[in-house]
Design a protein around this ligand. Structure first.
Ligand SMILES: [Zn+2]
Length: 266
C-alpha cells in the first residue's frame, strides 16, 4: 500500500509544480508599470493555469479513489463525486493577490523586483492551494458517502496540520467502515477526538493529503507518526492551558504545537 501513498504525494507535487511553472510563465504578463492595463489578460491567463491544475487534480483524486476502493476503504463500485471549481473564487483570489496587491506594494514604494517577488509568492501559493482542492475535495466528497475522511500530515508538518491530523477516528478492523463511521471510534491510545472539519483548512504550500479512514489503509509507519502528533497535541493543550489559566484558545495551542515541533516532538 505504501507505493499508493508515495504516488499520491508525488501526484500532488507534480500538479503543484505544474501550476507553479504555469504561473511563473504568466507572471511576466503583469506589467508593474501598467498594472491596470495589463491586469485583465494576466488574470485570464493565470486563472486558466489554476483551472487546468484543478482538473488534473480532480483526475488524480479519482485515480486514487480507485486505489482506495481496491484496498477496501470504500466500495469497489463507488459513486464518484468530482469536485467542481468555483472559478469566480479563483479570479477574486488572483485579482486580490495579483494586481491589487501589486498596486498596494508599488504605492508603498517597493522596488519593482521585490514587489514582483512578493506578488508571485502569494499568487503561486494560492494558485497551488486552489488547484489542490480539486484532489482533496474529490477524495473527500466521494469518500464521505461511505466513511469518514482523514487528513494525513507529513512528518515535521507545521503545528496546525499536525493538530488537524489528530482529529480523526480510527475504525476497528472488525467493523464495517460505513456503519462504524457513524459511531465513536477510539484511537490507538484510547483517546478520542472529534471529527475533523475538512474544507478550507489547508494553507498555501500544505503537503497534507486526505483519504478515507481505515485502520489498514495508511502510509507505512503513520501510526507512530500520528501518536507523536497526538502526544504533542495534548502537551500543547496542557501548556497553553497552563499559560492561559483555563481553556486554551485554538491559536495558542497551534503556537505551542509549533514550539513542540521545534523541540523535536514530531
Ligand atoms: Zn501545515
Amino acid at each position: 500500500m505504501s507505493e499508493v501513498f508515495a504516488r499520491y504525494r508525488e501526484a500532488q507535487q507534480d500538479i503543484s509544480r505544474g501550476v507553479l511553472d504555469g504561473l511563473s510563465n504568466t507572471m511576466g504578463g503583469l506589467d508593474f508599470t501598467r498594472i491596470d492595463a495589463s491586469a485583465p489578460a494576466w488574470v485570464a491567463a493565470s486563472s486558466a493555469v489554476v483551472q487546468r491544475g484543478y482538473q488534473e487534480a480532480v483526475t488524480a483524486g479519482s485515480d486514487f479513489l480507485t486505489d482506495f476502493a481496491n484496498e477496501g476503504a470504500i466500495p469497489k463500485r463507488f459513486q464518484l463525486k468530482p469536485a467542481t471549481l468555483d472559478s469566480k473564487l479563483v479570479v477574486t483570489s488572483l485579482v486580490t493577490l495579483g494586481p491589487y496587491r501589486a498596486k498596494h506594494l508599488m504605492a508603498q514604494g517597493y522596488d519593482i523586483d521585490r514587489a514582483i517577488r512578493e506578488v508571485f509568492t502569494a499568487v503561486s501559493g494560492a494558485g497551488m492551494r486552489h488547484a489542490m482542492a480539486g484532489m482533496r475535495e474529490t477524495v473527500t466528497n466521494t469518500s464521505k458517502t461511505y466513511t469518514r475522511v482523514r487528513r494525513i500530515a507529513k512528518e515535521g508538518a507545521c503545528g496546525f496540520c499536525a493538530m488537524l491530523a489528530t482529529k480523526d477516528y480510527w475504525i476497528p478492523s472488525d467493523q464495517e467502515p460505513a456503519t462504524s463511521a457513524a459511531a465513536v471510534v477510539v484511537g490507538r491510545s484510547g483517546r478520542t477526538r472529534g471529527p475533523q472539519s475538512l474544507g478550507a483548512q489547508y494553507h498555501d504550500g500544505c503537503k497534507c493529503t486526505v483519504q478515507p479512514v481505515s485502520d489498514e489503509l495508511q502510509p507505512e509507519g503513520y501510526e507512530n507518526q500520528l501518536e507523536k502528533f497526538e502526544d504533542a497535541y495534548y502537551e500543547a493543550r496542557r501548556r497553553a492551558e497552563d499559560r492561559e489559566g483555563g481553556a486554551a484558545v485554538g491559536k495558542n495551542v497551534i503556537r505551542e504545537m509549533d514550539k513542540l515541533r521545534r523541540e523535536g516532538w514530531f
